[in-house]
Design a protein around this ligand. Structure first.
Ligand code: SAM
Length: 288
């Protein structure tokens, strides 16, 4: 009889964010596969869970996953947890889940905290669509290339950042993305020093430069999507009214120049409208 794999989210700071169901599952399974067994012990002790633990992290998961799946196929139920939040989200677990799916092993989520989703939910930025980029690259040149590739992204985009690189990362971002772009920094979510700031990139960079505490802890950075300015394809009613009056009094050239100056509309649009209006005016004149 085949067992089952549970993918269990753990808290990202506040231990009280662990779900009742997650506690029950971790008590019931035969085995807990954890990114860092010592780290997860603190959580297990807090909730009075004593269960068998094995290690599954980015350095052993390619080898350990098939072995673990054999155990599941032989009937064991296994829970996968990472150090914080939802496994596989910038965390180990992908080889295990992928193989389990390929081998038709039941994989069931036990959802909970995720720094990305928590940050997004309080950001005030558009959430209908968004892009998650994982951790930003480590070196400045790779980061700048990455930011360049995101410069014209039209939806909210987010990346994870560490305390070691948050300042350098924002400095690099400000070289690529205009300083007036809205960004959100979500720091130490659900923890004692939780800080969520939303402002222009230029102002947030200033804050992070000036305040050492703004460089401590764990970060999610969210960047507003690039807003494509919609250029009008036709002139407004008011612009048409002004242009019509002028066309009745002056040549097309003068009317276009004056209407452009008076209304502030794009000359090309005024000119196109003038040609059409002039035709109508001529027809009207001939019919009178
Ligand atoms: N799987 C996790 C999740 O569901 O969010 C993320 C794991 S990833 C290895 C760790 C990164 O997530 C941190 O470096 C930080 O960028 C972000 N992160 C985790 N906890 C956070 C928190 N409490 N506040 C802000 N960011 C956090």
């Amino acid at each position: 009889m085949c067992g089952k794999l549970y993918v269990v989210a753990t808290p990202i700071g506040n231990l009280a964010d662990f779900s009742h169901r997650a506690v029950e599952i971790l008590k019931q399974v035969d085995l807990i596969a954890a990114e860092d067994t010592r780290h997860v012990m603190r959580l297990l002790q807090h909730y009075g869970i004593s269960n068998r633990l094995i290690s599954l992290h980015q350095h052993n998961e390619e080898k350990a996953s098939p072995e673990l799946l054999d155990k599941i196929k032989n009937g064991l139920t296994v829970a996968l947890v990472s150090d914080a939040g939802t496994p596989l989200l910038s965390d180990p677990g992908m080889p295990l889940v992928k193989l389990a799916r390929q081998q038709n092993i039941e994989v069931s989520p036990v959802p909970g905290a995720c720094a990305l989703i928590a940050a997004l939910s309080v950001s005030g930025l558009a959430t209908t669509q968004f892009r998650f980029e994982g951790f930003s690259p480590r070196t400045s040149s790779a980061r700048k290339n990455f930011f360049l590739s995101k410069k014209n992204e039209t939806v909210t985009w987010a990346f994870y950042e560490s305390s070691h690189r948050i300042l350098a990362s924002l400095e690099d971002l400000s070289e690529i993305v205009p300083g007036d772009r809205q960004i959100v920094i979500a720091r130490e979510l659900t923890k004692l020093h939780e800080t969520i700031v939303k402002d222009s990139l230029a102002k947030i960079l200033q804050q992070v430069r000036n305040n050492i505490y703004m460089r401590k802890g764990e970060f999610v950075v969210l960047v507003e999507g690039h807003v494509i300015e919609k250029k009008p394809h036709s002139i407004t009613e008011e612009q048409t009214r002004v242009l019509t009056i002028l066309l009745k009094q002056c040549s097309i050239k003068t009317a276009v120049a004056l209407a452009t100056e008076i209304t502030g509309a794009r000359k090309k649009l005024i000119y196109q409208a003038a040609l059409e209006l002039n035709k109508i005016l001529l027809t009207l004149k001939n019919t009178l």
